[in-house]
Design a protein around this ligand. Sequence first.
Ligand code: FES
Ligand SMILES: [Fe+2]
Length: 396
Amino acid sequence: MKTGDLSADPIVGLSRNSYMSPAQFQHELLAIHHVSWLYGCHASEVGLPGEFVTRQVGRDDSIIIVRGEDGQVRAFANLCRHRGSRLCHEDHGHVRRLVCPYHQWRYATDGNLLSANRMRDGIDLNFADHGLVAIAAETWGGHVFICLSDPQAPLAPLLSAAAVGLSDYSPEATKVAARRCYPIAANWKLVMENFWECYHCAARHPEFSAIADVGGLEDTDFGTVTEPGAALSPVIGGALPLKPGFTSLTLDGRPACRRRFGRFQNEIAVSDPVQTTGFILRHSTAVTYFPDHGIVLDFQPRGVDQTLLVARWLVPADAVEGQDYVTENLVALWDITNIQDGVLAEGNAAGVRSSFYKPGPISRAHEPGIHEFHRFCAAALARTPALASSGSALSS
Ligand code: FES
Ligand SMILES: [Fe+2]
């Protein structure tokens, strides 16, 4: 069903409390982020055995994603099994062993405890019982995804169905050309609401709107509204159509990288119908590809009023900085857009904090994604009871 076919029920925004309550935030972390597949990292960031990245979830959880000697990418809770010290404080690195900085317990990159500094296996403790806490990890299309609880469903089939034509882009043969972080002083739901509508685009994103087909966006999965009561898929398509005449989502609408992904080795035809594809993980990550580069936007709730947006720009694995692309050109449009969006979300947060705030109407025509987002959150919260002390509810 498309925009405009919603039921006649009025749609209004969320309460002030739902954006400001620490208990509500904790409930959302458990009910949504701890049970959903999340973006871990790009597979090329852990390309070699021993390469790792750490990825924070919420305020308190940190996950290590590391490639083992056997080539497999695994994820572990970033804490030692002795007395719980954080293992890795760096956001990325390369190790032969994971060594706890406190009392030097040593773990293999497959999570097994190897030694425990003067404590003996089978006498003081059983090493086999004290390996790192494993977290579900799945690698697909050159990306590593993690899930902090038992995954409700494998991710690959959902991604394959959503990212139509992605194999044309040879996504495994890509690398991260740039990674930038954007701290936003706003509740994560305000950040996602801003992501889910382009009602603000024409006025507030002149650079983006000059190249992207903002009107056409509503005809993609991005603007699709499901039947009331229907289950919402955790993954949808993430194509980002361009205005006629443009071949990439850059400041001038032209490729920022001379190398091309997959089958786009030759000059890109303006009439080519498959110029963009991607997927969106509800409600944390958007991945979009153009023939010369890709963009990953990973929205991470960090506190009730703090969100971190981590953006990665992808290029073909054999592209060379300075020769095939200039990083500042590559990142320019999304860097501007991310900063603009951060300002909008923080301005929204400032207004919502006011004691005069009241939820307002959400447009069926121009903000259907917000409605879907709220519905997804409300269903997730209803499935997962709040902690006894939180008493939270996603109320309108
Ligand atoms: S807490 Fe890690 S070795 Fe003691
Ligand atoms: Fe925006």
